[in-house]
Design a protein around this ligand. Structure first.
Ligand SMILES: Cc1cc2nc3c(=O)[nH]c(=O)nc-3n(C[C@H](O)[C@H](O)[C@H](O)COP(=O)(O)O)c2cc1C
Length: 379
């Protein structure tokens, strides 16, 4: 199974091709579009979300609501393209508009400077259009399809926001609790923490500043033995870390106790093993976060990611103009103040993609019937 995405932020469309999906997987576009709407929500988002109301379309690989086993192509047309066609068209562009929309006041915290140097550009728009987190819209659409594949096996993914710019939700939550997080404004479950976080974001906006935070992702129902200890690139924790770290602005990934393992002794870290006739083998705690030796161990998978504050500041940071080499203030396009709620949806999609790939690698199967029979036969 393999996902490829393409598309520029203000280009005509974003596209995803998923190869390797078995036949007879039901694809519910209402569900896909509901995920896209969630990605556009959350307190602190910027003006772009008011222009785009993302709706995905399927171009190939699905007939009568079911996959055919051929590559599935998903597409989201960018509504904003109508305002950008003169300088974003694949054909000849209007030089004057291109000049007006060009970006040379390269922004700290972005791909702008390294990108223009590497790709022989002078206009950082040729870099930022692809580096932008707009790309995550099509990853979320594809993620909804991967989540349907996993759901057919009884595997569910959920997440909530644990921290926004120093405001922490310190609650301990069950999987069922976490599933309620999407009904809040920030993705936080604790009402007091949410109120403080909203205050914080409002203040940061007034100061021309931005916020990051922490998201916790949970996976329930995955049997043991997915991923492998045998090679460095088949380890499930390594794959999940790569997938999550590939999301724009994610700067840290933790599995289970994460960095917490370093400051306490072994007794306080490792999960004891027990056996029950009905449950089989299980752990009496889940500090490992459901992965040991690069394999799922049958417990809930627990992952946390840290997002840096949005790098475009309305009161811009100092920089140097790439063309004139003069000191200046970084360009500030319409921007989010806080996008952590969106990140929680994107992170679920990234986890769904990696788990679906890992499950498909072990189980194979040309039809969903084959996949579910093989999964159900596992211990
Ligand atoms: C959901 C989401 C929304 C984002 N929105 C913005 C934004 O409005 N403005 C901005 O400057 N960066 C935004 N970012 C972050 C940048 O895309 C990201 O920091 C940048 O591409 C550099 O990549 P890096 O932080 O991974 O190094 C967003 C990230 C995510 C995940």
């Amino acid at each position: 199974m393999k996902l490829t995405t393409a598309g520029e932020s203000h280009g005509k469309a974003l596209v995803a091709i998923i190869e390797g999906l078995p036949a007879h997987l039901r694809v519910d576009m209402q569900n896909v579009n509901a995920k896209l709407a969630l990605r556009q929500s959350g307190y602190g988002r910027g003006g772009r979300q008011k222009i785009e109301k993302d709706q995905a379309e399927i171009l190939t690989g699905v007939r009568n609501g079911e996959t055919l086993g051929s590559p599935v192509t998903l597409c989201i047309y960018n509504k904003d393209y109508a305002n950008w066609e003169a300088c974003m068209s694949a054909g000849a562009c209007d030089e004057a508009v291109m000049q007006k929309k060009s970006l040379t006041k390269v922004r700290p915290g972005h791909a702008d400077l390294s990108g223009v140097i590497k790709y022989g550009q002078t206009d950082a728009r040729n870099i930022l259009e692809r580096a932008s987190a707009r790309e995550t819209a099509i990853r979320v659409a594809a993620g909804a399809v991967f989540a349907e594949y996993l759901s057919a096996l009884g595997v569910q993914i959920s997440s909530y926001v644990k921290e926004i710019c120093g405001v922490k939700d310190t609650g301990e939550y069950t999987f069922a609790d976490v599933q309620k997080a999407k009904t809040t404004q920030t993705g936080m479950l604790d009402e007091q923490a949410e109120a403080l976080a909203i205050e914080k974001i409002t203040q940061l906006k007034a100061d021309g500043d931005t916020a990051g935070g922490v998201v916790e992702i949970r996976v329930k129902g995955l049997k043991s033995g997915f991923g492998s200890h045998t090679t460095y690139d088949s380890k499930l924790d390594a794959r999940l870390a790569q997938s999550l770290m590939s999301i724009q602005a994610v700067k840290g990934v933790e599995v289970g106790m994460g960095f917490g393992v370093a400051s306490v002794s072994g007794k306080a870290v490792h999960d004891e093993i027990a056996y029950d006739e009905n449950k089989g083998f299980y752990r009496t705690s889940n500090r490992a976060g459901g992965i040991e030796g690069g394999m799922s161990n049958g417990e809930e998978i627990v992952l946390r990611i840290a997002m840096k504050p949005i790098p475009t500041l309305m009161k811009g940071l100092k920089t140097v103009d790439y063309v004139s080499k003069q000191e200046t203030v970084a360009a500030a396009e319409r921007s989010d103040v806080c996008a952590i709620f969106a990140l929680s949806i994107i992170a679920e999609s990234a986890v769904a993609k990696t788990l679906a790939e890992t499950v498909a690698e072990r189980l194979g199967g040309d039809t969903m019937e084959e996949v579910t029979a093989r999964y159900n036969a596992l211990p």
